[in-house]
Write a protein that binds this ligand. Structure first.
Ligand SMILES: [Zn+2]
Length: 215
């Protein structure tokens, strides 16, 4: 049973989804492709057309993203909304999840979710927000990816992991130097479940929400 890392910026890790972003896609490895809010500029639609083509033709593209909202960094919110809505639509059409970057923009996500007729499954990556905010998202197809914050026992991430429905859970290393096993270990201690059980759960969770499967 492999401990999948569903979001990493380090290329060449086995059983991981490499964040290729809007750059060229590395051949033959699982990737996520999309436009990060920090990378949005007036040309984003040109990039996005290319990403859509590559994603449609290439089953290695397991997710769209990371995409989302950031009130601390990035262009004006209207542009961020336009790009997120377009990327969410593409993910829904392909039947694959969207990996979400969301900073001080919980309200913008809720606004999207309430307005969307058929949103994709959205994985909020690097979850470390208050559990009350997470609970507000449960009526929607929102999932939570936990990373390095789990190594801090009192973190919001650790608190929500305990309360979060287990079928909404993923794990990641993101841009850290950590090994994914250390995240699974931390989760295993918090949840009092064997790592192998968590590894199995993450694969099942992914396969339940994506047309492009992992094993
Ligand atoms: Zn990231």
């Amino acid at each position: 049973m492999h401990c999948w890392d569903i979001h990493t910026h380090r290329q060449g890790q086995p059983y991981s989804i490499f964040q290729a972003g809007k750059s060229n896609m590395p051949a033959g490895i699982p990737v996520s492709m999309g436009i990060h809010p920090w990378e949005l500029d007036s040309n984003w639609e040109t990039y996005f057309e290319k990403i859509k083509r590559v994603a449609a033709q290439n089953p290695c593209v397991l997710a769209i993203g990371e995409a989302g909202f950031d009130r601390l960094k990035g262009p004006q919110i209207s542009l961020q909304k336009e790009a997120l809505y377009a990327q969410a639509k593409a993910a829904a059409e392909l039947g694959i999840p969207l990996i979400l970057h969301c900073v001080k923009s919980h309200d913008l996500l809720l606004e999207y979710l309430k307005s969307a007729k058929s949103p994709p499954c959205i994985i909020w990556h690097g979850w470390n927000q208050k559990s009350e905010l997470a609970a507000q998202l449960l009526p929607f197809p929102v999932f939570f990816s936990f990373g390095r914050q789990l190594l801090h026992p009192g973190s919001n991430a650790a608190k929500w992991l305990v309360a979060c429905p287990i079928d909404r859970v993923f794990f990641e290393t993101d841009d850290s130097e950590l090994e994914i096993e250390s995240i699974y270990q931390a989760a295993s201690l918090i949840l009092q479940l064997p790592e192998a059980r968590l590894a199995e759960q993450v694969i099942a969770n992914w396969n339940a929400i994506s047309k492009r499967k992992i094993s």
